[in-house]
Design a protein around this ligand. Structure first.
Ligand SMILES: [Zn+2]
Ligand SMILES: [Zn+2]
Length: 274
């Protein structure tokens, strides 16, 4: 989960997302709209009897806030909350497992603010089981073939890897750029990602307002997407003044056509595998 605003629990229930599927929470910064739902969520997980550990990535001060609340309510969480302090510099890998890496991107906001870049690791190729049988390939060769090796049969004939395997698909990437002023260098950090979320608090006529409040406009978000050659841009964090978001979308699309609005409950597929 990335950021956890006040309505998070209501929305999890509404969209039938299971609390226990959340193992890692990333918080971009300590403005209320990005984390005020967290204490409630942690508390509900505790009351529901969660025992699996939960990893939290955020600035150190958030842990101070959580510890204070737990101490004053004399609550000892039933599960292990593992805190990973996020330092305010870019390009740091803060999480890595067998599937992906998560890297930070420092943003330019009124208070320290971090974006997160999720990159899937390349997966080994998939074996074609009928080919394994056809060429009588012994089990001990499988892992080499998954990693791209050819196979040589008993008669010295080379069976090329492409005949024995199929690709597991291109590794996917997703960049979450939370509240920020326009930062041209972000385009380098999110270069070629499959899906870019970039805030777009204002339309471009309110550029001065965006600058004064350390936010971005639709045109600016789309410019980052265009310069970074991402596949798809999702814009969000709209100012409450916009009742109709279509003009905002149209404006962004003038710069980067493959843009969508981050409307509550919308599902975006990150480079669907073929
Ligand atoms: Zn903010
Ligand atoms: Zn915000």
């Amino acid at each position: 989960m990335i950021d956890c605003g006040e309505g998070t629990q209501t929305q999890l229930v509404r969209y039938k997302l299971k609390y226990n599927r959340i193992g890692h929470i990333f918080i971009s910064h300590l403005h209320g709209d990005h984390y005020l739902g967290l204490m409630g969520l942690l508390s509900t997980m505790h009351l529901q009897g969660r025992t699996t550990e939960l990893h939290l990535f955020a600035q150190q001060e958030l842990m101070d806030i959580i510890e204070l609340q737990l101490r004053l309510s004399q609550t000892v969480l039933r599960y292990n909350l593992i805190f990973h302090p996020v330092k305010n510099y870019s390009g740091t890998v803060i999480h890595e497992d067998e599937d992906l890496t998560v890297t930070t991107m420092v943003l330019n906001h009124r208070i320290p603010c971090t974006g997160f870049l999720f990159r899937e690791k390349p997966k080994p190729r998939k074996l074609l089981i009928n080919k394994m049988k056809q060429y009588n390939i012994p089990f001990q060769f499988f892992s080499g073939i998954k990693n791209g090796e050819n196979f040589e049969d008993d008669f010295g004939k080379i069976i090329p890897n492409e005949e024995l395997t199929v690709s597991s698909g291109k590794p996917r990437s997703y960049a979450f750029c939370s509240d920020t002023l326009y930062m041209e260098q972000l385009a380098d950090e999110v270069k070629n990602v499959d899906l870019l979320y970039h805030e777009s608090t204002f339309m471009h006529d309110l550029l001065d307002r965006a600058k004064a409040t350390f936010h971005s406009t639709s045109i600016e978000a789309a410019t980052i997407a265009m310069k970074a050659s991402v596949t798809k841009l999702v814009i969000g964090h709209f100012s409450a003044r916009y009742k109709d978001l279509l003009p905002m979308l149209e404006e962004a699309k003038m710069v980067f056509p493959n843009t969508e609005l981050a409307i509550e409950g919308t599902k975006f597929i990150v480079n669907e595998k073929k």
